[in-house]
Design a binder for this molecule. Sequence first.
Ligand SMILES: *C/C=C(C)/C=C/C=C(C)/C=C/C1=C(C)CCCC1(C)C
Length: 254
Amino acid sequence: MPELTSAQYFTVYNILSLAIASMMATFVFFALVRTEVSIKYRGAVSAGAMVVLIAGYHYFRIFNNWEASYHINPSGGYSPTGLPFNHAYRYIDWMLTVPLLVIELVLILGLSRKETGGLISKLGFAAFLMIVLGYVGETDRVSQTVVSQRGLWGTLSTIPFLYILVVLLGEIRASMRRSSAQVSTLLRNTALLTLFAWGFYPIAYMAPFFGLTGAGAEMGLQVGYSVADIIAKCGYGLLIHAIAVHRTEEEAAV
Ligand SMILES: *C/C=C(C)/C=C/C=C(C)/C=C/C1=C(C)CCCC1(C)C
């Protein structure tokens, strides 16, 4: 772990703390409103609640790990204590939460049972590949160029990533055509938010390729992944919940 200035140490400290608060608050919200949606969409809201619960737990662990990995340096700034910072927490978290996020979305698309199952298996497998391949690359924390272990595995991970995006965006588009104007707008916003938030992860991953080293690269990764997680888990969940509420109301009205 690199030496950090106080500002760098606390930027990461505060963003991790914000992530814990966001995940917990979103969990409470989902637990309270779950029964506002019909049985048909309750699975989506439950999956959303599980995502933020799992992520909230991991952020607690990451936060404690961050605190334990550094101590204040009498001559200024923060120095590593020698206790390693566990980079696997995030990947284990994604391994569980990304398939759940996919399920969350697929369940509000209004597909048949068979289509839903097929789509979840395909995309769940692709998500697994994306994260495992990305993790192998993430263990390379020294390379500064794309021609490296980090670059190679990151590129391989991008293949299932693009596949997931193309399939998901295609399904959202098709679902928009079958939906009311209001739901269609919410679906479009979900597509935009997914593109924006999910696109953030590979960019943060590339921080070392943009010339960031040591403390700068560490901060780029921690802040980038945390901001993306808050948007991709809390923001996305709230949009999906809104779609579930609208669909419930529309289906009750006919
Ligand atoms: C809640 C967590 C989410 C939505 C995590 C999503 C993670 C990704 C989309 C990660 C993608 C990556 C690549 C496309 C290439 C480099 C390695 C990764 C794993 C950072």
